[in-house]
Write a protein that binds this ligand. Structure first.
Ligand SMILES: [Zn+2]
Length: 179
């Protein structure tokens, strides 16, 4: 299964350093029957994916390109469906699957590291199960500055409705770690 994002991005490297510092040891890009998670805890069967905001339909940051809209729209839908199949298959095989957004790892690396650490040490998963993904964006005005964004649940393919908002290209903001 071909990957669709760059590996070893800066946020990912930072996360790995934080985990290492906590004594958390993992395998990188371990081969499973449903692709290679970014981090895997093979014995505990925990798979961690860091999903790029653009490729995987982040509700906060997905911005549809202004040209080749048909192509990108099909691509987005295909990527989300593949994430759904991959997650379902791994879970059916007894893996615990954690999916983080790349912006989460960038903005709050400590929190993400803590969460992974918690799941690895307790085996308890506290991620929300719906995990909304943008699957389609409609332009509502001729300039393409107002959009209707359709969301689906990653885990059960539930339709999570749509939202109308102005097109925006939000920047990630690093947040201060909790004390
Ligand atoms: Zn994002």
């Amino acid at each position: 299964m071909a990957r669709i994002k760059g590996r070893n991005t800066a946020p990912e490297l930072l996360l790995r350093r934080l985990l290492w510092r906590r004594g958390v040891r993992y395998r990188l890009h371990y081969r499973t029957s449903a692709g290679r998670p970014d981090l895997a805890f093979v014995g505990a069967r925990i798979a961690v994916f860091i999903d790029g905001c653009f490729w995987h339909g982040c509700p906060e940051h997905y911005v549809p390109p202004r040209s080749s809209t048909e192509f990108w729209s099909t691509k987005l839908r295909g990527n989300v469906e593949r994430d759904q199949r991959q997650t379902a298959r791994l879970e059916a095989e007894g893996w615990t699957v954690l999916r983080f957004w790349e912006h989460e790892v960038f903005e709050e690396p400590e929190r993400v590291a803590l969460e992974i650490h918690g799941v690895v040490t307790t085996g308890e998963l506290r991620r929300p199960t719906a995990q909304p993904r943008v699957v389609r964006v409609e332009s509502l005005d001729p300039c393409g500055n107002v959009e209707r964004r359709y969301l689906r649940s990653l885990r059960d393919d539930r339709d999570l409705g749509s939202e109308v908002r102005e097109r925006r290209t939000g920047k990630w903001k690093r947040r201060r770690p909790p004390d």
